[in-house]
Write a protein that binds this ligand. Structure first.
Ligand code: GLY
Length: 391
């Protein structure tokens, strides 16, 4: 992997004539982020509206409601800020935004995103406070997510509203298995573990391609369980390598190995990781799709870098071989360090922590913008690094 941070092909970098933003000063990036998040929190008055993205020429967040797939990331980001600072004002805000999401656990499952919504908010909240009422919401949310499981296919129906596929499973859905594994270990039904394990197995078998890249979506026959075809939705083409999907896979298979001990899940996490690392461009941050023919004049996706960084840091704690531990630790650390430079930190430019994420390029939505899940995984990565560096 080549990481020449400041001599890159990044089309998103400012023109050389543009004034450089100030480098980070006054404390660490984590402290600076906490300060910024607290400032943004102080401007928010409605606890059922959640920051999602910032238009390129704007400075303030655009908001979504409880049912949006991204609703859990803002409370989750506040939980990490609270963990880093122990600031009581941030704690109050984290609780207020988290508690607005409760209804997700108690209404019909609309998609697989329940894991993102509830585990980032209530999950972190329970981890940090031990609040038993949070635990109950997490357990109930896991049962709600499990209603989307099709035992014939052996996987969760990720997007029931996409009726062109009788049963579909997307690579992103790997992330939501953590909710099921956790619930099975913490008082929920043991069947949640089986569902998560089967889902990971089906994803490994059909969505991970022989070249170690991943389909975004696998379509299955819901009556026979047969795999029909792999597609993309947010990538460049069905057979291309959509980098955020690859990052979800890295992280999802890493913790699926942690929870099950299955060596094939570990091997899959390693394969996906090595492919991702091999294809990184010179500045170390992925383009939105590794196969966009417009590269190097294509947008980057800082969110994929932050998600993959968390996956690599997790993987570094799971592999036995010290050389591999070092490889994945360095890969995660390097990504977080690059995101912590002037090229990706938004600093005073807008309310977000990070610039340059790409949500849905084919639809022209959230292209080269700040997006909340980039900030969430950036904070997670910074906290992971802090913990790992201490130990
Ligand atoms: N899970 C949707 C996305 O990654 O955009």
């Amino acid at each position: 992997m080549s990481l020449l941070i400041f001599s890159c092909n990044n089309s998103n970098k400012k023109e050389s004539t543009a004034p450089l933003k100030q480098p980070v000063q006054n404390g660490t990036v984590l402290d600076q982020n906490v300060h910024k998040l607290k400032k943004t929190l102080s401007t928010l008055k409605s606890y059922d509206s959640f920051p999602r993205h910032i238009y390129k020429d704007k400075t303030n967040w655009e908001f979504v409601k409880v049912r949006d797939w991204c609703s859990g990331f803002w409370p989750g980001t506040l939980w990490y800020a609270y963990e880093a600072s122990k600031d009581e004002t941030i704690l109050k805000g984290a609780k207020q935004f988290t508690e607005s999401l409760k209804q997700i656990a108690y209404t019909e499952a609309r998609n697989h995103d329940i894991g993102f919504q509830i585990f980032c908010s209530y999950g972190n909240g329970y981890r940090l406070t031990g609040n038993e009422s949070y635990k109950q919401v997490i357990l109930d949310a896991a049962d709600t997510l499990a209603t989307l499981y099709n035992p014939i296919v052996g996987s969760i129906h990720s997007w029931p509203t996409r009726t062109q596929y009788p049963h579909n499973t997307i690579i992103d859905n790997m992330m939501n298995l953590e909710l099921l594994f956790w619930a099975a270990k913490n008082g929920g039904s043991k069947s949640l573990y089986d569902i998560a394990e089967n889902h990971a197995e089906v994803t490994m078998k059909y969505l991970v391609r022989p070249d170690s890249s991943s389909y975004h979506l696998g379509s299955f026959n819901d009556k026979t369980g047969a795999f029909v075809k792999g597609y993309t939705h947010q990538g460049y083409a069905d057979e291309s390598m959509w980098e955020r999907g690859q990052a979800w896979g890295i992280y999802g298979f890493a913790f699926s190995y942690r929870e099950t001990g299955r060596k094939d899940f570990l091997d899959t996490a390693i394969k996906l990781s090595d492919k991702f690392l091999q294809r990184l461009p010179e500045d170390g941050i992925p383009y939105w799709d590794f196969d966009d023919p417009k590269i190097p004049n294509a947008p980057k996706d800082a969110s994929a870098a932050a998600i993959a960084a968390c996956g690599f840091l997790e993987l570094s704690t799971l592999v036995d071989n010290p050389q591999l531990q070092d490889t994945y630790f360095k890969a995660g650390k390097t990504l977080i360090e690059i995101l912590s430079t002037d090229a990706y930190l938004s600093q005073s430019e807008n309310q977000a922590l990070l610039l340059h994420s790409t949500g849905n390029h084919p639809k022209g939505l959230e292209v080269d913008e700040p997006i909340i899940y980039a900030d969430y995984y950036f904070m997670e990565g910074l906290m992971r690094l802090k913990t790992l560096q201490k130990s």
